[in-house]
Each structure stands twice: as C-alpha cells, then as structure tokens.
Unconditional design. Structure first.
Length: 117
C-alpha cells in the first residue's frame, strides 16, 4: 500500500514537470512566441496568419502619473488566426498596439490546399 501511494506521488510529480512552462505561448519551428513579442517577430518566424481581424477598443483611465485624471484612449487590437494543418492545433493570437498579449489554443487545424505547411 505504501509503495502504491509513493508511486502515485511520483507519477503526479512527473506529470506536473512535463506540463509546458507558459500557457500563453505558441511554437513556430524551434522558436517560442510569448506575451510581449512584437507582431513583426511573430510574422517573421511563423509566416502570415490565415486571417486577421482588426478592431479599436476604448480604455478608460482615472490616474495618470499619480494625478487623478479621467479620460480614455483607443487601443488597436488585432486577432491573428494560425492554421498549421490537420495534424496540429490552431492558434488565435491577440495583439494590442502591436504586442502579443494573449495566445488561445483552438481545435485541430484543417487542410488548406493553398497553404505551405
């Protein structure tokens, strides 16, 4: 009984170490794209995305450099979708002002005859 519990703890520890270190990341070849990377770097390593959605959002603020001020500013937001084919996962990347802020893992990709996998 004692060896079974020890074995279960060892298995749990092994699985915990096998998990990826960052949840918000995407691998393109040997390069890892993570939060804070510029859009130009992502496109250079991963190629052009399958689709790009562009939006402007308004963010409000109430303090600026410690001084209470009310105002708002626009932020350019882009959503890039990558399809790496039917044997790999698709990713949706969110960029704000040209910097990667979120990586969402979608389901498996699909065959696209015009893409070069």
């Amino acid at each position: 009984m004692k060896t079974t519990i020890s074995g279960m703890f060892l298995l749990a520890a092994t699985l915990a170490l096998a998990l990826p270190a960052r949840a918000d990341s995407m691998r393109c070849g040997s390069k890892l794209m993570t939060d804070g990377d510029p859009a130009a770097k992502v496109e250079a390593y991963c190629g052009p995305p399958v689709s790009i959605e562009r939006r402007e959002i308004v963010r409000s603020y109430s303090y600026h450099r410690g001084i209470p001020v009310r105002g708002a500013f626009e932020v350019a937001v882009e959503f890039w979708t990558y399809n790496f084919g039917p044997n790999k996962l698709m990713y949706r990347l969110r960029f704000e002002d040209g910097l990667l802020v979120e990586v969402e893992t979608l389901g498996h990709g699909f065959y696209d005859p015009s893409a070069a996998y």
